[in-house]
Design a protein around this ligand. Structure first.
Ligand code: ANZ
Ligand code: ZN
Length: 810
């Protein structure tokens, strides 16, 4: 009777041992070229680990284990992104203190990491909610403040008058507060911002150097920054007091076609413009309604365009014509200048609007076909020659854009301009569970940096979920004396967005308990930048942009000597069930702990790695789990049988299975390097099957099986460790050097295939043996000699005899 595969016992035994032996402890001595920093986005402690997290962390762990085996010295830490709104909400709902709730979650997360076979160094963990961490978040905030990169200004927010707080866009439903149904107002509040827009160009330029990042993430960041080149043009107002309306346009060439103007409903010039006109009151009603409409709704491309005439006219500076000034939902205050010249003939949104309200349409760009564009409902947005444009007629429109901008500049009515979609980052929250803003407001001295850090979050607060910032109710927190003049002053009572905490944690990991600064310069020089970063695509913009911004700002302050934090980035796909993202609220989540109890970590790890390419979404399958579990049992049976009582290998004949083993080592190594873990695992499975086929001839099989254990160990670390020890090796399998292949033996067998056309020999090709029919066909058809002979002829049939012959019948 062969002993059963008892994964419960095996896994917990090794998990404890690895932590005790300091498996992921950061080595102190690291020579040049030896360091490797692998990092997974640290966990947001709003709950416990879900299957998507389990997959991402597993992918990261495999690569870390593999790099270690290659001889790299690893920095591979983890920690907790531990502040944030969910803790406040849990406190209100269940009456538990956010701090206790968070600590409870951290304990669970830690256990789950352990159970998955990820033996982190828990003495080196960091948590953003602990004073020894957030004092440095505050310190950095003050640095940014000192450099003018953090500032406070009045800004519009969704204000619920009965809850007395700003709501996120997501919390506004049909213009009403999701909690109390009051109509939400736009209210200006004092808010803190980081001046990320000052880094827009640097953030763009840096992307071009990030060769190790997925293209799709770079595209998302580029779009988010949204750089547009164009011009600003000034339009004077008929019967005005000399004030001019400034527009931003990417198409200055079309200025002769500007038949009306639109100001955003929030535009500051509107009230004065409308005062006393007949149209004023109806426009005012429209504006009031727009102010209450959710911005994202207004911005949606398919939102119905609506507007109102202000009763006033502007003068098109190029045609001299009077054009009506409107206000409309689709022009936003926070882009460009908040005002546009509308060119309905060449802009679809303007055309839709003009059709709806009967405004004139004038074509100024003619397609190069010579025909005028026909325009009932579709704007002509292509290029062409200028028409109806005075002295600029007949110029190609690209040249006209330049000429018109130059002309405007010479007349003092315009200039070249660049506009960005990127906005400054609003970092203040009227919430409790976050890093307190370390600023003191003094009537005499203004905003004064707190002199003692950390500004500790008081524990005793009343959280009701409504009302103003919870900290503003804690009197002995609020009332302080001014560090500058000693007079009575008040602390800022906002807390920082959690994305601030996570914008620099990767620096802290280099020396997590450093007490003299946020990060230890010497250790940062040794370990940073992060060589390989892992995290979900949902962070493509926010976190990954903020961390880049921080790094660049710190670089400019001379605090770090690199300006991109993550050299390579990998974004694993989601885990889905029945085609939809797994989520507790949708009721389709598969519980990680339950799967670990039922099948063990090695099975779960193999399943999430094997079921598809890591960058793609992965559909959960119970059958797939069963399949992986069976594979491990097969491995167990064969090994136990062979490794406990088989004879040593004596004669050194090279059999097929040994060749295959060398090919597998090569393949697995290449595939791990490309993070194609699914194909790496499938070739290990094939090798095991080949070993089984030779079970009765154990002399080669022993070598093969030991290699399988070595190759499989980063993926399924527990079973392989156990089998390695059973085989009598005293050291951990995870300390063995990565197996090497013999290039000669790993060579694919080659074969010569003859190519015939209508039965006559025309060419010969040498290809790896075992190619599929389609692969051979493709190669044959691409040969020059073949192409020449079949050119212009119709192929009736292609006959393939694998490894031997292709006959093309034409
Ligand atoms: C005249 C024009 C003619 C325009 C034309 C386009 C085509 P991107 O490429 O996204 O930067 N625009 C400017 N500010 C706006 C705002 N605050 N809200 C809504 N739309 C605004 O878009 C730039 C174009 O979007 C600008 O160029 C302007 O319309 C519009 F044939 O000006 B254009
Ligand atoms: Zn003062």
């Amino acid at each position: 009777m062969i002993e059963e595969y008892d994964f419960v016992k095996i896994e917990s035994k090794w998990q404890d041992r690895w932590v005790r032996d300091g498996f992921y402890k950061t080595p102190s001595k690291v020579d040049a070229g030896e360091k490797h920093y692998i990092l997974d986005m640290f966990a947001y402690t709003s709950g416990s680990m879900h299957m998507g997290n389990a997959r991402t962390y597993t992918i990261c762990d495999v690569l870390a284990r593999y790099r270690k085996r290659q001889g790299y010295k690893l920095l591979h830490p983890t920690g907790w992104d531990a502040f944030g709104l969910p803790a406040d909400m849990a406190a209100v709902k269940h009456g538990v203190h956010p701090s206790d709730w968070t600590d409870g979650n951290i304990v669970r997360w830690r256990q789950q990491f352990m159970r998955l076979g990820m033996p982190f160094d828990w003495d080196a963990e960091i948590a953003t909610c602990r004073p020894d961490y957030y004092r440095w978040t505050q310190w950095l905030f003050l640095k940014f403040f000192e450099k003018g990169l953090a500032y406070r200004k009045y800004a519009d927010g969704n204000w619920c008058p009965s809850c007395q707080t700003v709501l996120a866009n997501e919390q506004v439903i049909d213009e009403k507060c999701e909690r109390c149904d009051s109509v939400v107002e736009q209210k200006s509040l004092n808010q803190w911002f980081f001046r990320i827009t000052a880094y827009a160009d640097r953030l763009l330029e840096g992307l071009d150097r990030l060769d190790g990042w997925p293209e799709k993430v770079k595209v998302m960041q580029r779009n988010w920054i949204g750089r547009s080149e164009g011009a600003e043009l000034l339009f004077s107002i008929k019967d005005g007091n000399g004030e001019k309306i400034k527009v931003f346009t990417t198409r200055p060439d079309t200025v002769y076609g500007a038949t009306y103007m639109i100001l955003s409903p929030e535009h500051p010039m509107l009230p004065d413009l409308m005062a006393g006109t007949d149209h004023g009151p109806s426009a005012a009603t429209f504006i009031e309604r727009m102010r209450r409409t959710d911005k994202t709704e207004r911005e949606a491309a398919d939102a119905e365009k609506e507007g109102a005439f202000t009763g006033r006219y502007a003068i098109n500076p190029f045609t001299g014509q009077e054009i009506p000034i409107w206000t409309a939902n689709y022009v936003l205050m926070d882009y460009g200048t908040g005002a546009i010249m509308a060119v309905p003939a060449h802009d679809q949104r303007d055309l839709d609007f003009a059709r709806k309200y009967g405004l004139p349409v004038k074509t100024v760009v003619q397609p190069n076909t010579g025909k005028m564009p026909t325009l009932p409902d579709e704007a002509y947005v292509g290029s062409g020659c200028m028409v109806n444009s005075g002295e600029f007629d007949c110029l190609p429109n690209g040249e006209a854009a330049e000429a018109i901008t130059k002309y405007a500049e010479s007349k003092g009515i315009g200039k070249e301009a660049v506009s960005y979609r990127l906005r400054d980052w609003c970092i203040s929250r009227q919430r409790y569970w976050g890093t307190p803003v370390p600023i003191i407001h003094c009537d005499r001295c203004g905003m004064v940096p707190a002199d003692e850090l950390p500004v500790e979050l008081p524990r005793n607060v009343k959280l009701t979920g409504t009302g103003p910032s919870p900290l503003s109710l804690v009197e002995d927190f609020v009332n302080v004396s001014c560090p500058k003049c000693g007079g009575s002053a008040k602390r800022d009572t906002d807390t920082l967005d959690t994305f601030v905490c996570s914008s620099w944690y990767f620096l802290r990991f280099a020396n997590p308990h450093y007490t003299k600064a946020p990060f230890d310069d010497k250790s940062v020089k040794k370990w940073l930048p992060v060589d390989q970063y892992f995290g979900g695509i949902e962070h493509a913009i926010l976190h990954l942009m903020y961390a880049r911004f921080f790094t660049k700002a710190l670089f400019d302050m001379g605090l770090v000597d690199f300006d991109e934090p993550f050299t390579r980035l990998f974004t694993p796909g989601m885990v889905t069930k029945d085609g939809r993202k797994m989520s507790k609220s949708k009721g389709n989540a598969v519980d990680v702990d339950e799967m670990l109890s039922k099948y063990g970590a090695d099975t779960l790890r193999l399943f999430v790695l094997f079921a598809g390419p890591p960058e793609k979404d992965l559909e959960w399958s119970n059958k797939g789990m069963e399949g992986m579990h069976r594979f491990l049992k097969r491995l167990w049976r064969l090994c136990i049988k062979l490794l406990t009582d088989a004879p040593e290998r004596i004669d050194k004949d090279i059999s097929d299975v040994i060749r295959r083993m060398h090919r597998t080592i090569r393949k697995v190594t290449e595939e791990i390097e490309r993070i194609h873990f699914n194909t790496a695992i499938s070739s290990i499975i094939e090798l095991l099957n080949a070993a089984y086929a030779q079970e009765n001839d154990p002399k080669d099989v022993i070598e093969v099986v030991e290699t399988i254990i070595l190759l499989l160990s980063p993926f399924a670390p527990h079973i392989t460790e156990e089998l390695w020890h059973r085989r009598g090796h005293p050291d951990s399998v995870h300390e063995q050097p990565w197996p090497e292949f013999d290039a000669e033996m790993a060579k694919e067998e080659e074969t010569t295939v003859v190519i015939q056309i209508n039965g006559k020999l025309r060419d010969r090709i040498v290809v790896p043996a075992g190619m599929t029919e389609d692969e051979i066909k493709e190669i044959a058809l691409a040969r020059e000699r073949v192409k020449q002979r079949i050119e212009g002829k119709k192929i009736d049939q292609i006959i393939v005899v694998p490894d031997k012959l292709v006959n093309i019948v034409v």
